[in-house]
Design a protein around this ligand. Structure first.
Ligand code: PHE
Length: 341
């Protein structure tokens, strides 16, 4: 009798952790089930001779606890194996929220402007942010000591007067004209720098989209038409105003205002209570500029314009302070998630 129990104990000890749940279950039922070996043995307890009862009981307990231990460890092993095997892991686990980024509002607005001009045949041109004097000033009819250089307070790289942060992307247009024959239709989006005091309406870093059109017989009427098309496409409003102005590289020159209205407090603030907002400058390319880049100014004429992207974004999104664009506060940026363009 005692020998039988010892054999069972040996059998339990030898049981190698099975690879399938069914095998473990089979083992469990065989020993621990209602009609299993252990129950049978317990029933036989009363028939055991008194002298052997104590040892028999101890052996039975040993068999029982060893069996339970085996079953538990076999089950655990199987479960942990399941986890590592499944490429999906636990399908009931809650998903980890993916933090999706969004485009910066300046990029969204720039892309929209670019797209509007692409539709009427303008290509995109880009150039360096660190410029030389020729491309930022001299070629644009702003020779050394020209007083109009003060219109755009310039950041110089160290003290080298020929290495500066471009003050406008007109520098890209110079580069483009140097490398291309008319007809030219290009827009130059990019970041520009001016040594200006930072306020709600102005920043020392901002973005422009400048446009250039050069061909035979380009007139001021063409310019006006293009600006109206642009205002209509971007704002849904085509009421614009051209105020006579001065730029060294265009003649005649004008400031472009768009009529936005005065409906909200933000409209009031950003238009200084007039309803009109200046979005940029424009004009007919000065013949001196064409001559500087070896384009025949007798044969060709052209127009140019330049817009500030921040100004336009402030209007479109009703943002009252230009500094928001540069702070990169996630709470601000997150609001543009819906506009993925
Ligand atoms: N480059 C000018 C500026 O930055 C804008 C402009 C571009 C004006 C083209 C006229 C024509 O202020």
């Amino acid at each position: 009798m005692l020998e039988r129990v010892k054999k069972y104990i040996a059998e339990v000890e030898e049981f190698v952790e099975a690879k399938e749940h069914a095998k473990v279950e089979e083992f469990r039922i065989k020993f621990l089930g209602k009609k299993g070996i252990l129950n049978d043995l317990f029933k036989e307890f009363k028939n055991v001779e008194v002298s052997a009862k104590k040892e028999f009981g101890q052996l039975l307990n040993e068999l029982k606890s060893k069996t339970e231990e085996k079953v538990n460890s076999a089950k655990e092993a199987l479960e942990s194996k399941d986890d590592s095997k499944s490429i999906f892991g636990d399908l009931t686990r809650p998903a980890q929220a993916l933090d999706l980024g969004s485009r910066h509002p300046i990029s969204i607005v720039r892309n929209r402007i670019v797209e509007i001009f692409n539709r009427i045949g303008f290509t995109v041109s880009e150039g360096p942010e660190i410029e030389d004097d020729w491309h930022n000033f001299t070629a644009l009819n702003l020779p050394e000591y020209h007083p109009a250089r003060d219109m755009q307070d310039t950041f110089f790289v160290q003290t080298n007067p020929d290495e500066l942060l471009r003050t406008h992307t007109s520098s890209v247009q110079v580069r483009f004209m140097e490398g291309h024959e008319p007809p030219i239709r290009t827009i130059s989006p990019g970041r520009v720098f001016r040594n200006e005091a930072i306020s709600a309406r102005a920043h020392c870093i901002f973005h422009q989209v400048e446009g250039l059109y050069i061909d035979e017989n380009v007139s001021f009427a063409d310019l006006k038409q293009t600006l109206m098309y642009f205002a209509k496409e971007l704002f849904g409003k085509s009421k614009i105003r051209l105020r006579p102005s001065y730029f060294p590289f265009t003649e005649p020159s004008a400031e472009v205002d768009i009529y936005w209205g005065l409906e909200t407090e933000t409209d009031y603030r950003i238009t200084k209570g007039t309803g009109w907002l200046e979005i940029g400058g424009c004009g007919m390319v000065d013949p001196n500029v064409l001559d500087n880049v070896n384009i025949d100014s007798k044969k060709y004429s052209g127009y140019a314009f330049g817009f500030g992207v921040e100004r336009i974004a402030m209007l479109l999104y009703q943002i009252g302070d230009i500094r928001h664009f540069f702070e990169n506060d996630v709470r601000f940026l997150e609001q543009f998630k819906a506009d993925l363009k």
